[in-house]
Design a protein around this ligand. Structure first.
Ligand code: B4P
Length: 191
C-alpha cells in the first residue's frame, strides 16, 4: 500500500500536487482542509466551529481532525493507498495516524515536504484569496497560519525524519516540474 503524507506550509502546493498524484497513482485523497470546508458548506455544527478557527488562521483541535480522518479511512477498506494532504499538522496527529494505519497492517511510506519561501507563500495565497474569495486567504490570517505552521507543524517533519521517511523538495517552479520531482521520490520507494 502506498501511503503518502504531502507536507508543507500553507500555500506550498499540497492541494495542487495532490490532484496530480491521485490521477497518476489512484490513491484516495484525504485533505483535512477540504473535509472541514465541506462540513461548513453543509452547515454542520463541526463546520461552523471550525470556520471560526480557520478564519483566525488557527489549527482545529486534534481530536476533531483525527476523528475525521479515522472515519474516512474506515469507509475506504479497499483503497490502494492514501494521500494525506494537510494532515498530520501536529505530533499528536502524526502519532494517531500511525496507530490507525497499524490497525490496518500498513504504515506511512514517506513524507514529501514542499519547501517554499514565505514571500512566495504570501503571494500565492493572496492571489487565491482574490480569485476564489476563500475567507482565510487574507493578509492577517496568512501571517497567523504561517506562524502556526512554524510553531506546531514543523516538528512533524522531524517525526518522519527520525523514521527515515522525510523527503524535502523544492516547491517553487512550474507545477509540472514540482510534480516530476515528487514522482522521482515515489518511484524510488522500496516496493
Ligand atoms: P488547508 O486547506 O490545508 O490549506 P493550505 O495549507 O492553504 O493548503 P492548500 O492545499 O489549500 O493550498 P496549496 O498549497 O495547494 O488548511 C486550511 C485550514 O484548515 C488551516 O489553516 C486550519 O485552520 C485547518 N486545518 C486543516 N487541516 C488541519 C489539521 N490537520 N489540523 C488542524 N487544523 C487543520 O495552494 C495554494 C495556492 O498556490 C493555490 O492557489 C495554487 O494555485 C498556488 N500554487 C500551487 N503551486 C504553485 C506553483 N508551483 N507556482 C505558483 N502557484 C502555485
Amino acid at each position: 500500500m502506498l501511503n503518502l503524507v504531502l507536507f508543507g506550509p500553507p500555500g506550498a502546493g499540497k492541494g495542487t500536487q495532490s490532484a496530480r498524484i491521485i490521477e497518476k497513482y489512484g490513491l484516495i485523497h484525504l485533505s483535512t482542509g477540504d473535509i472541514l470546508r465541506a462540513e461548513l458548506a453543509e452547515g454542520t455544527e463541526l463546520g461552523i466551529q471550525a470556520k471560526t478557527l480557520m478564519d483566525q488562521g488557527l489549527l482545529v483541535p486534534d481530536e476533531i481532525v483525527v476523528g475525521m480522518i479515522s472515519a474516512k479511512i474506515s469507509v475506504n477498506p479497499q483503497a490502494p493507498g492514501f494521500i494525506f494532504d494537510g494532515f498530520p499538522r501536529t505530533i499528536a496527529q502524526a502519532q494517531a495516524l500511525d496507530v490507525m494505519l497499524k490497525e490496518k497492517n500498513t504504515q506511512i511510506s514517506c513524507m514529501i515536504a514542499l519547501v517554499v519561501p514565505d514571500d512566495e507563500l504570501k503571494t500565492r495565497l493572496l492571489k487565491r484569496g482574490i480569485e476564489t474569495g476563500r475567507s482565510d486567504d487574507n493578509e492577517e490570517t496568512i501571517v497567523r497560519r504561517i506562524k502556526e505552521y512554524q510553531d506546531k507543524t514543523t516538528p512533524v517533519a522531524d517525526y518522519y525524519g527520525q523514521q527515515q521517511k522525510l523527503h524535502s523538495l523544492q516547491g517553487t517552479g512550474s507545477v509540472d516540474d514540482i510534480f516530476d520531482r515528487i514522482v522521482s521520490v515515489i518511484e524510488a520507494l522500496p516496493a
